[in-house]
Design a protein around this ligand. Structure first.
Ligand code: NDP
Length: 485
């Protein structure tokens, strides 16, 4: 009998997924461009399950049960195409090629179409949870054909994270849907981290709360609606003392945030599908600004630090429990901003489903993120509830009862925090842009009418009227009369 699945690309992610599969009773054929990695895995972990060592893709394919399942876990980009090219000459109709790396969904769509022409299934799978998730149970978001999921699904569900007995894995939609959903997950992750950073900065700059003290605040917040993995690990990072200097580690780490690109993809794709994911875009920009260290240094000299050191929570909130009040306001501002960020992420999924013809089920997607992945949070249960029931699904999560109530409760605090941030010069791009998004959506009239007037003035781009159907243009440079066009 042949192996159940083959894994090619045995760096950290591939090796851990292969071990996870083997630990779950599957016979896993292994291949890596450089055999040393294959040997290292077998030497260290052969006791975990049944592995089959192979030295070439031809040998890997040869070793597999039919229909064959080959999981590619090589460096995203050209390497994936190189491996696919070699594999397609070796596989037979009905075989399944799986790309579980961080590929861009458009690439997955292209690859899926090309392989479908050859009678092969190509499945782009979003995997979240990093190295540890890959080994112990990640959140898995498979795309590709429904047919391929019949054969692949049970395997993926077995190795996925478990949330109260339910696997965090389900077919999400055809071709690139899995990678798209994973990309949006990463975009939301960017925003989640940015709002945590903004809360930290505000509480330190305006209420004087030092990192160790804030570790306690975040620990406390983890018992509220904000309960999540990221809030939990924030307290651990904040309480860490640097061994060398004895200072909080967070003060020793260079304040330039890195990025591998998935947040940027989400922002760009949001623009492409016409979905305003402002919180995600602002989070990507915030990382970019942080990385402009040279420019920041010069600017800091030209416009010395904006924060008035005399500012205290007392000044902002009066006497009494001023600090505590401010901290509670920041918690609410963080929660409201997070709600907007998820509302935007799901809005983007809805827009993409229309654009690409995917049958995305929002409730299922929320369920996949409850364990194994970085954005796991109690909020996902709330989102599932919002999408539950046979009635019409909310057009935007902000309109779901669960969200409207929470936003109403947080709103005054959210406004106070954004106003304080602006007044005292503490940057809070996502707190403010999420509030602007909320205010824009609920406004009866927006100044877009003036934008349309201006566009018509300089470019004859035309406009529509509120009082009658049709398309109109004003002869601005002539007699300024209106014509219907
Ligand atoms: P890397 O992205 O570092 O890629 C290294 C692997 O790719 C090695 O096995 C290497 O082989 C192989 N490789 C590179 N170029 C080629 C090529 N031209 N032909 C064949 N093989 C090639 O590995 P990771 O394990 O870090 O990541 C794998 C995938 O998983 C990536 O898409 C990455 O973005 C994604 N990822 C996902 C994470 C998540 O949380 N979901 C976290 C980290 C990564 P060799 O040993 O011979 O050099």
């Amino acid at each position: 009998m042949g192996a159940d699945i083959g894994v090619t690309g045995l760096a950290v992610m591939g090796a851990n997924l292969a071990r996870n599969l083997a630990r779950n009773g599957y016979t896993v054929a292994l291949h890596n461009r450089t055999s040393a990695r294959t040997d290292a895995l077998i030497n260290s972990y052969s006791n975990e399950g049944t592995f089959v060592r192979t030295e070439s893709l031809a040998e890997l394919v040869e070793s597999l049960e039919r229909p064959r399942r080959v999981l590619i876990m090589v460096k995203a980009g050209a390497a994936v195409d190189a491996v696919i090219d070699e594999l397609t000459g070796l596989l037979e109709e009905g075989d399944i090629v799986i790309d579980a790396g961080n590929s861009f969904y458009e690439e997955t769509r292209r690859r899926e179409a090309a392989l479908a022409e050859k009678g092969l299934h190509f499945v782009g799978v979003g995997v979240s949870g990093g190295e540890e998730g890959a080994l112990n149970g990640p959140s898995i978001m498979p795309g590709g054909s429904k047919k391929s999921y019949e054969s692949l699904g049970p395997m993926l569900e077995k190795i996925a994270a478990d949330y109260n007995g339910e696997p965090c894995c389900a077919w999400v939609g055809t071709d690139g849907a899995g990678h798209f959903v994973k990309m949006v997950h990463n975009g939301i992750e960017y925003a989640d981290m940015q709002v945590i950073g903004e809360a930290f900065d505000l509480m330190r700059s305006l209420a004087g709360l030092e990192p160790a003290e804030q570790a306690g605040v975040f620990r406390e917040w983890n018992t509220t609606d904000l309960a999540s993995y990221l809030i939990e690990i924030t307290s651990e990072v904040l309480e860490q003392e640097d061994e060398l200097t004895g200072r909080p580690l967070v003060d020793v780490i260079v304040d330039a945030a890195g990025q591998k690109g998935t947040g940027r993809w989400t922002a760009i794709s949001g623009l492409e599908v016409g979905s305003p994911v402002t919180t995600i875009a602002e989070s990507v920009f915030a990382r970019s600004i942080s990385s402009q260290l040279g420019l920041r240094e010069i600017t800091n000299q030209v416009f010395p630090a904006g924060i008035n050191e005399a500012v205290t929570a007392e000044e902002l909130y009066g006497s009494g429990d001023a600090r505590q009040d401010f901290v509670e306001d920041v918690r609410k501002a963080l929660y409201a901003s997070k709600l907007v960020s998820y509302a935007q992420g799901f809005d983007m999924l809805t827009a993409a489903a229309q654009e690409y013809g995917w049958e995305l089920d929002m409730r299922t997607i929320a369920s996949l993120w409850r364990a194994g992945c970085i954005i796991r949070a109690d909020l996902l249960d709330t989102i599932m509830k919002a999408y539950e029931g046979s009635e019409e699904q909310p057009r935007n999560l902000l309109l779901a009862e669960e969200f409207t109530e929470a936003i109403a409760e947080c709103l005054p605090a959210w406004r106070r925090v954004v106003a304080a941030a602006a007044t005292y010069g503490v940057p809070a791009p996502v707190f403010s842009s999420s509030l602007a998004y909320y205010d824009s959506l609920r406004r009866d009239r927006l100044p877009a009418s003036l934008t349309q007037g201006l566009r018509d003035y300089f470019g004859a781009h035309t406009y529509q009227r509120v009082d009658k159907p049709g398309t109109f243009h004003t002869r601005w440079s002539d007699d300024r009369t209106e014509t219907e066009v």
